[in-house]
Design a protein around this ligand. Structure first.
Ligand code: MRU
Length: 337
């Protein structure tokens, strides 16, 4: 099984996604500061995986702390939680997981420092285990929506690498593939960071899922030719009305799908739903370094001095989404979670 985030004895191991598909390197982490850096630099990425890694970051902070009293430990953990929360703004799973860790600490007020350390590690592991179970349930619910001999298009990587394992959108595809329903997966390469070609294609190769990689700009003509039966993507944050933030380019795919009458599905666990936001307009969108657009990998493809607009995510309005697939079942508009 692909395990992008796992605990091994006294350390956190992250499969370094910056190195894929060329090298499979697991790196050890013992400091929350380094986990924060791994999240910021995309060594670990994908909304649920970021949440799981951050939860282990808090567990590491408890182990790093030299505090001997609950109050001092709580103060150290507050610093770590703030630092981890400042890494990436869009995926709500990060804040959801950190909040769960913070509430775990609060509930232990007055306990020994060792008891807090033990409990936080168990909580992080529970977040990982629950995400894995949610992914499998999403896969089962979603597979029912996949027609026989389906040609399915996906954008970015919402696979095992982006979660505790198995995946959300790619989890639906995995489950449908296991039932013999998938004829072909169209994999958007997903400029500028190439999560589709580097990560989704890598997962498909590993699992023997039939796929074909396309440049993002080819999706429209494929749909026009009638070669896409459905689209399924992941999500970074879903507002109360179903508006969904996901990797930049998802909105364009959803508009194309609507135009061509192709059903567009979102697959995500409940930890990705943010009921505090009435609509997608309130979702904070991360803007990343322009160098990601001026280069393809290490190859420069634009003048160094060209200004760049590089939003990492966009918002797909609920009106373009046929259904949202969660571990609790398939939700259809109007969305009431
Ligand atoms: O910038 P990334 O690679 O973290 O963006 C990832 C995505 O947009 C995924 O589609 C989303 O997080 C869902 S992962 C199950």
């Amino acid at each position: 099984m692909i395990a992008p985030v796992r605990w091994a004895g006294d350390r956190l191991l992250l499969l370094d996604q910056r190195e894929l598909p060329v090298r499979e390197i697991e790196r050890p982490y013992t400091r929350w500061e380094d986990v924060a850096d791994a999240i910021r630099t995309l060594a670990v990425r994908g909304a649920p995986a970021i949440g799981v890694a951050a939860a282990f970051g808090v567990a590491l902070a408890a182990r790093e702390s030299r505090a001997t009293t609950f109050a001092d430990l709580e103060a150290d953990l507050a610093v770590a939680i703030k630092g981890l929360a400042a890494t990436r703004p869009t995926a709500v799973n990060l804040f959801w997981a950190l909040d769960r860790m913070r509430r775990t600490v609060e509930a232990l007020r007055g306990s020994s420092v060792d008891a807090v350390r033990t409990r936080l590690l168990a909580e992080a592991q529970a977040i990982l285990d629950e995400d894995l179970a949610a992914n499998r349930a999403i896969g089962e619910h979603g597979a029912g929506l996949v027609p026989e001999r389906a040609r399915v298009l996906t954008h970015c990587n919402a696979g095992a690498l982006a979660t505790a394992g198995f995946g959300t959108a790619l989890g639906v595809i995995r489950a449908a593939h296991a039932k013999g329903k998938v004829a072909l997966v169209w994999v958007d390469e997903t400029r500028p960071v190439m999560q589709g070609s580097r990560l989704t294609a890598w997962e498909c190769v590993r699992e023997g899922i039939p796929h074909r990689l396309i440049a993002d700009v080819a999706a429209g003509s494929l749909m026009a030719r009638g070669e896409v039966d459905m689209v399924v993507t992941g999500a970074d944050r879903i507002a109360a009305n179903g508006d969904t933030a996901n990797k930049i380019g998802t909105y364009s795919v959803a508009v194309l799908a609507k135009h061509h009458g192709v059903p567009f599905y979102v697959a995500a666990p409940f930890s990705t739903i943010d009921p505090s936001l009435p609509s997608g307009a309130a979702i904070p969108i991360e803007e990343r370094d322009g160098a990601e657009v001026r280069r393809v990998g290490s190859q420069q493809t634009a003048p160094e001095s060209s200004p760049v607009f590089n939003p990492a995510f966009d918002v797909t309005p609920a009106s373009l989404i046929a259904a949202i697939i969660t571990e609790r079942g398939v939700f259809r508009p109007p969305y009431r979670f």
